[in-house]
Write a protein that binds this ligand. Structure first.
Ligand code: DHE
Length: 550
């Protein structure tokens, strides 16, 4: 199916990428045969499953570049087998896991041999067209109309059903299921704690009012074709004033009114790579956090390796500090004082440290493993090194502990002070809590079913041992799910820090669950199962997310 075919079987036409019409680029001699219908199906599949790592324009980031000079050199069979079986470095085994059929794997291998379509821009006009205020600020309740303990609520992504579930942290009751964009990536909470902002992979933002009798969306906007990050202003005096969202496509960020999501300012991130000073057409916006020290958003620009400090005190005269960090910036979080932002330049194996008080790069260090992936990381009080921040790795079993206390422990600050060995590669998130003596490490992308369904737990007060041992929690087994190969992903603590929740993420049509573990005893405490709990992934406790406690 991948050989030369008659040009007549391939007619350039319009297709849709997400919601957007795109032009199929012209066929070149030697391209494999692919029909317009196949091209459309493959574009959609690439956009949903591959673009996150490899980029819309296939220039690579977390995943390798897949530009045609490379894919044609490797050839159809290589691509097909790679898509089928994956790699230990983090490429999922799409075929052998059953996530893609043989036909889909074949189609994707052929699709990668031709030029990618470039989706259109998405500026102010397009945003305004999608912007909806469902309940105007003056029509919203003036006090909390429900008896929900908002601070202990969890916003849980129901990935494949395009929803979030709002689950009570004490009773485990589902208070509401809110329709959202596709595969919500993160939830962030306004500084006041009243609003939750969620962003779908399709760049649709929902703003949910937690004071309503039943919490519901009060405003909505689509900010692009593909996105991962949303945040709100946290600085004293600016609480709930602004929201910001970063997109993968088009490569830009937008500052919005915090009450209504009205778009105020769209800023492109296209520009020069920090070191080579060469132009990059697709520098995607990855993690965004809000400074507690200045009226600034901290914006990771992946491909150019720049961290932007976007001053929102006067957006008409916007000041942006551009910090040279490292390429392929992805996710990250604060140290325990919330002054320093530690973030992974994942494909470079490095961690950049930003001092959000001074507004500068403090350090850039190796994380000692392949592809650091901290989520927001985890803060621990180490028995030898004092306050440290942890990250696990996508590509191997190592966990890096980095000293974060330049005043109390200056010799250890911004150095990797210890390396731990957890269950295996394929880790995405680590988690702890100021009241906990545990560090939890997941491995959801490990190819071994048993490992991907388990969590490794280290005892913080035993980290002074030569090679600290971990306890294995068989979370998948505890969930008691008969069918499928569920992956256990992203621990999140409740407000008091005495329970940690894990998603048991199964196929769309299969049973999933949330398993709650008692942090003191490491025993299973509760399993939430509900037919509405479809493909749960990220979970965000309102208090911990709002206060950056992790
Ligand atoms: Fe994520 C965080 C991007 C795949 C679940 N993910 C993030 C952040 C980014 C990102 C930039 C940080 C946002 C912030 O803090 O502002 N994620 C990407 C990708 O580009 C990638 C690698 C590939 C893709 O196609 O999207 C990817 N992520 C995944 C998944 O497959 C996960 C497990 C399920 C899903 O929804 O697709 C997933 N990502 C998460 C979660 C967080 C996250 C749960 C927040 C963790 C936290 O505790 O803060």
């Amino acid at each position: 199916p991948h050989g030369d075919g008659p040009a007549s079987s391939y007619q350039p036409s319009m297709t849709t990428l997400g919601q957007i019409d795109v032009e199929i680029p012209g066929r070149k001699p030697g391209d494999p045969v692919i029909s317009p219908e196949e091209f459309q199906a493959a574009s959609k599949m690439y956009f949903e499953r591959c673009a996150g790592c490899h980029g819309v324009l296939r220039k690579g980031a977390t995943g390798k570049p897949l530009t045609t000079d490379i894919t044609r050199e490797n050839g159809y069979e290589y691509l097909r087998d790679f898509i089928n079986y994956g790699s230990p470095a983090g490429m999922p085994n799409w075929g052998s896991s059953g996530d893609m059929t043989e036909g889909q794997v074949d189609l994707m291998a052929r699709y990668l041999l031709i030029e990618p379509p470039s989706p259109p821009e998405f500026g102010m006009a397009e945003m305004l067209e999608t912007w909806k205020v469902l309940v105007a600020p003056e029509d919203r309740p003036t006090k909390k109309m429900n008896d929900i303990d908002i601070d202990n609520l969890f916003s849980v992504t129901l990935r494949d059903s395009g929803q979030v579930a709002l689950i009570d942290g004490a009773t485990y009751e589902i208070h509401a299921i809110v329709e959202t964009g596709y595969a919500v990536h993160i939830s962030r909470i306004s500084a006041s704690g009243r609003y939750i902002y969620v962003i779908g992979r399709d760049a649709l933002i929902n703003m949910i009012d937690l004071w309503m009798e039943t919490p519901a969306t009060v405003a909505q906007i689509k900010v692009g074709a593909e996105a991962r990050s949303v945040e709100t202003s946290k600085m004293k005096g600016w609480e709930d004033k602004y929201a910001i969202a970063g997109s993968y496509w088009p490569p830009q960020y937008v500052i919005m009114d915090g009450d209504t999501l009205e778009p105020k300012k769209v800023v492109s991130t296209r520009g020069m790579v920090y070191d080579t000073q060469e132009y990059h057409p697709e520098p995607r916006v990855a993690a965004i956090v809000a400074s507690h020290y200045r009226p600034e958003f901290i914006v990771n620009v992946k491909e150019t390796g720049k961290i932007l400090l976007v001053d929102y005190s006067d957006i008409k005269n916007l000041k942006v500090t551009e910090i040279e960090a490292e390429r392929f910036l992805h996710d990250g979080g604060f140290d325990s004082t919330k002054r320093y932002f530690l973030t992974a330049a994942n494909a470079r194996g490095k961690i950049a440290v930003i001092d959000t008080k001074e507004g500068s790069l403090t350090a850039l260090l190796e994380s000692g493993g392949e592809t650091p992936h901290p989520g927001r990381g985890a803060n621990l009080n180490h028995p030898v090194y004092g306050p440290v921040w942890a990250t696990s790795h996508l590509g191997d079993e190592t966990v890096a502990l980095i000293g974060t206390d330049p005043e109390g422990n200056p010799d250890h600050a911004w150095k990797m002070v210890q390396q731990l060995y957890a269950l295996g590669g394929g880790s995405l998130f680590v988690k702890s809590h100021p009241t906990s003596n545990h560090l939890y490490v997941d491995t959801p992308l490990n190819p071994e079913a048993e490992i991907s369904a388990s969590i490794a737990v280290f005892k913080v007060d035993e980290l002074d041992q030569e090679e600290p041992e971990y306890t294995i929690l068989p979370i998948g087994e505890w969930a008691g799910i008969a069918e499928g190969q569920p992956r256990v992903v992203q621990g999140e603590f409740n407000k008091d820090g005495n329970e940690i929740w894990f998603s048991v993420w199964n196929g769309r049509d299969l049973e999933s669950a949330i398993v709650i573990v008692d942090d003191k005893t490491l025993k299973m405490k509760h399993v939430i199962k509900d037919p509405r709990l479809i493909t749960p992934t990220g979970k965000f406790n309102v208090f911990n997310t709002r206060q950056d406690v992790y």
